[in-house]
Ligand binder design. Sequence first.
Ligand SMILES: [Zn+2]
Length: 236
Amino acid sequence: MRESYLLLLCDYGRRLIADRLTTGTGGNLSIYDRDRELIAITPSGKPYEQLIPDEISIINPAGIHLDGQPPSSEWPLHTAVYHQRPEINAIVHTHSRFATTFAVLRQPIPACHYLIAVSGVDQVRVAPYVTFGTDELARETVASLGQDNCILLANHGLLALGNDLPQAYNIALYIEEVAELCYRARAIGTPVLLTHEEMDAARERFQTYGFNNPSKQLDQGLPGSRQQERHGTRQK
Ligand SMILES: [Zn+2]
């Protein structure tokens, strides 16, 4: 597995805590190296602040543990999404407070802000409740997901997908922001929702803005990108 991917996972794990997208050891992150058919996923029960690259779990698409610490219990969810969506190479799963509030209500997050466009559709939908860490949760979530970039897991949290980890992370971050805005707006009034046409225009702008171009984002000086790749030693 590329060293740069392991470093990215450690870095973004710390960001999950700093950005208050999760607490403790909740949530998980993964990257799929499709060339090598290896998935790097955050380990089970390890605090993000202490995570080091050697502890990142390496599994294959069948879920066989190959290296590092044992994988997050949600590995079936990650492998199922990678199987279903060939364009997806990274997944961020959070229990972020405002998005999860909607998940608890089993209500979609509506188009109360144009940033909902990062979901790829006009709202963030809700997958049925299933016990965490099960194959059934993976099956139900993938069946509900369709081609959306993110989905709420009922009474659980949020799943965000990307061509790369920065993109998946940004989707999780933006959706949490929209969920908070919607929550706050409902506290003092009735939010005015954007129309489908207005959302279409926002999605178009996002595409020209480069949101769907992973290489553009990885070139913006993120840790573990090109330079780490050249000096990486952990090849598996
Ligand atoms: Zn979870």
